[in-house]
Design a protein around this ligand. Structure first.
Ligand code: ZN
Length: 794
């Protein structure tokens, strides 16, 4: 579900609201779309398969399946639903975001809906979910993710067909690592697949450089296990077919061979290795001794260097496999290393909290803190405090969200509380600090001093020209603080599943929310529930990030509007649109990097984008038949839709399009459109303008507002004429765009009673009941009611 933003459909709310008990509908409305882990909808028959992340880190399934007899089976498993509230917030949320017609079909049939939380149904449903998701991913060529879902389907059903599919898929798509992992776990497939082993193993060896060392160790230990499971004849044959000479890493090579050294001379395998160049004794024993020493010195180096835990763990796995663990590293050394790493991790956490807090403090400096409440209800030390100004700045919601609060939690508290969900230091609260002990424990200090150092500097910029050719290998991630730790990580992102940074990677400790990090594009691992682990490579400054997005790097972000940069690059918008959109979006988001983003974005526009466009324009403006290209450059097609009559703008295309620069042409074009708009407005010909389209052009905001006010005025001044027989003539009101909309929405029917009266023909006559409906609506919309003129004889 890459980049899918699930939007609540207003029209669906009308359909479901009568089933919603209590505050469930508003809660449903506020479930963020990123809580959907899967979201698949097929329409014929209706098959809705989703998983939603619940508030306590559980994943719930919501499946709505249409049966042949036009009945629906709803399968779901949250506690609220099990209590008998069929329309719990998850069901409601799902119904809100699906297509209106689909929703209508389901809830229109209320009597025919069967609600189930039956264990067997759930189990089957989960499995179908996974299998279907896998099929979809295969179509999208996302094989690694597909394998993870097939494996889930297997775990849920124990049906070996899924394993068989994984093995076929990994053979077909050349994913030898996956093949080895699953074949070792399922011995029953070994015999059937043995013919493909040499190819698979040699494939791993041939692309050994594309694996991370930790993964390689895992794979090689599994290959060794596979070899052990083979019968001797087969094993010998396989060993003869493996391209040992291509394995440069002697440790990895040794893993494959050492279990068989009582029947095998190791010398031929190692004689050409660099490490053994000056060795006279190449007996099995001597080789093992040498390898053990290599492992030992690497472990020593890694723990002194504070290399990452997975790396050290991989080395320990080797030591275990060689049964030399005790001789290569002492337990106390290992403990020492782990403590140091953990401290480093805590330090990172502290910095993260300090960063958040500095935001909180800087934004609450002017607030008076008047009340402190401690809620035991939430897992983490939670402090709520009220803000006298009732100021709902975006930051408040931001912090609320970060703290795992959903908007509906505000329902429970009377005043507008401000929430911080992290350990808090004492002097903010003077006395009455309910968390003294916890704080002290966490900070190891009663009053830690925290400076607002977090976002005052930008990271050094990367010389990206050097690496431009590698852009495809990387992904740019703007990290976000997780509402709840995801696999222990406090930061995450959401894109086609959860993304978290590699645990124990030194850079991971330093990552703070809002940080822009260049990561390896291929996830290192994919965990159940489609959680992908990415390896961070380095922190990026805003300028580099913008440049890289402009060069086409894949990115995941939630605050900074990189999409505008990408749209610019792809000519979906022009510079003026981009400026406007940047300003608009920045009004609505919270990011400490706003200003710097704007600054560097402007620079990109001046130095690159405008120059690019202009260069292209200069090149083609004198060529024959280049009119269309030039018109595209200034966004002609989109602007054309402002007017109902396309010919209005067409005039411009007939004028000479040659200017000194593209900006000048664009400026003239907008001037032309403005003139046309003014013309329509002056003559009150509002129907010539497509108001809905006009609204999407911020640069014409002034004129859009003018039209809206004029139309409102016109509506208020329209005349309703009372006629005999309790009938009213609202033709004047109907001539107004809003008047017509209101009448249409109320489904008011024109009365055609006065047939013989020529004067009344073509007039829009309605009954007094309908008139009351209209007036009530106008009142609701705070529009002064139009004047009702008294009797006019017919
Ligand atoms: Zn539910």
């Amino acid at each position: 579900m890459k980049n899918i933003r699930l939007v609540n459909n207003r029209k669906n709310e009308d359909l479901v609201k009568r089933y919603a008990v209590g505050k469930r509908l508003s809660r449903a409305r506020n479930i963020p779309s990123k809580n959907f882990i899967n979201f698949d909808v097929e329409t014929n028959p209706i098959t809705i398969l989703c998983s939603i992340k619940g508030s306590s880190n559980n994943n719930y399934i919501v499946n709505i399946l249409e049966n042949e007899s036009n009945t629906f089976l709803v399968i779901h498993d949250c506690p609220d639903y099990k209590k008998g509230y069929n329309f719990c917030k998850h069901i409601l949320k799902t119904l809100l975001v699906i297509d209106h017609e689909v929703c209508k079909k389901i809830v229109g049939n209320y009597k025919n809906i069967k609600f189930s939380s039956n264990f067997a149904d759930i189990k089957r449903s989960k499995q179908e979910n996974s299998a279907q998701k896998a099929n979809k991913l295969i179509k999208e060529k996302k094989y690694l993710e597909a394998i993870e879902f097939l494996s889930q389907a297997y775990r849920q059903s124990k049906n070996l067909d899924y394993i068989s599919r994984i093995l076929n898929l990994s053979t077909e798509k050349d994913l030898p690592g996956q093949f080895i992992q699953y074949i070792v776990q399922h011995e029953q497939f070994i015999r059937k697949n043995s013919a493909s082993f040499p190819k698979i193993i040699n494939s791993i060896i041939s692309k050994i450089d594309s694996y991370i060392f930790e993964n390689l160790v895992g794979i090689f230990i599994k290959i060794q296990l596979l070899l052990l499971k083979l019968e001797e004849v087969e094993r010998t044959r396989l060993l003869n077919q493996i391209n040992f000479s291509e394995i440069e890493n002697t440790i990895l090579k040794f893993i494959l061979l050492h279990k068989f050294q009582n029947k095998l001379s190791l010398e031929p395998f190692f004689i050409k290795c660099r490490e053994f160049e000056n060795h006279k004794d190449l007996s099995n024993k001597a080789i093992k001794k040498k390898i053990t020493n290599i492992v030992k010195s690497e472990i020593q180096r890694a723990i002194t260097n504070l290399d990452s835990k997975p790396y050290v763990q991989a080395l320990m796995d080797i030591a275990n496999n060689l049964q030399v663990k005790d001789s290569v590293v002492s337990t106390s050394e290992l403990i020492d290393y782990k403590t140091k790493i953990e401290n480093l991790y805590r330090e990172g956490l502290k910095q993260k909290h300090a960063a958040l807090r500095s935001l909180v403090i800087s934004n609450t400096k002017t607030d008076k803190l008047e009340e402190i409440k401690f809620h035991y209800k939430y897992q983490f030390p939670t402090i709520l405090w009220s803000n006298v100004k009732k100021n709902k700045s975006p930051l408040y919601y931001y912090i609320l969200q970060k703290c795992g609060f959903e908007k509906h939690h505000l329902d429970y508290i009377s005043i507008n509380y401000f929430v911080e969900n992290y350990p808090v230091f004492k002097h903010i609260f003077n006395s009455n600090n309910p968390l003294e002990r916890e704080v002290k424990q966490f900070w190891k200090d009663e009053n830690p001093s925290i400076q607002n150092t977090a976002y005052t500097h930008d990271t050094g910029e990367l010389n990206f020209h050097l690496r431009l050719k590698d852009v495809k290998k990387y992904i740019l991630i703007e990290w976000d603080l997780a509402q709840k730790p995801v696999l222990g990580s406090y930061i995450c992102q959401f894109n086609d599943g959860f993304i978290i940074p590699e645990k124990d990677n030194p850079l991971t400790y330093e990552i703070k929310p809002f940080d822009l990090i260049l990561c390896l594009k291929e996830p290192i691992t994919i965990k159940p529930s489609n959680i992908k682990i990415f390896r961070p490579i380095r922190k990026l400054g805003i300028k580099t990030a913008i440049d890289l997005v402009y060069e086409g790097i894949v990115y995941v972000c939630s605050y900074l509007p990189f999409n505008i940069v990408a749209d610019l690059k792809n000519h979906k918008i022009d510079e003026i649109d981009a400026y406007n959109r940047i300003n608009q979006q920045f009004e609505n988001i919270f990011s400490p990097k706003k200003d710097r983003f704007k600054y560097h974005f402007n620079k990109l526009m001046q130095e690159k984008v405008s120059a690019d466009y202009n260069h292209f324009y200069q090149k083609i403006r004198n060529q024959s038949h280049s009119e269309n290209k030039i018109l595209n450059l200034i966004g002609f097609k989109r602007y054309k839709t402002i007017f109902r009559d396309e010919n209005t703008v067409l005039e411009f295309s007939k004028t000479p399009l040659n200017r000194d620069c593209l900006q000048e042409l664009r400026y003239d074009f907008k001037k032309f459109i403005t003139a046309k708009l003014i013309d329509s407005i002056k003559n009150k010909k509002y129907h010539e303008i497509n108001l809905k389209n006009l609204k999407s052009f911020p640069e014409f905001k002034k004129w859009t507002l003018k039209i809206i006010y004029d139309l409102k005025d016109e509506l208020e001044n329209s005349k309703i004429i009372k006629i005999k027989n309790g009938l009213y003539d609202i033709s004047d009101l109907m001539r107004n765009e809003y008047g017509k909309k209101i009448v249409d929405a109320l489904e008011i029917i024109k009365v055609e009673k006065v047939k013989n009266n020529k004067k009344m023909q073509g007039k829009f006559l309605i009954t007094i009941e309908d008139l009351e409906k209209i007036l009530k609506n106008l009142e609701f919309l705070r529009i002064d009611n139009p004047e009702v003129l008294s009797v006019i004889s017919v």
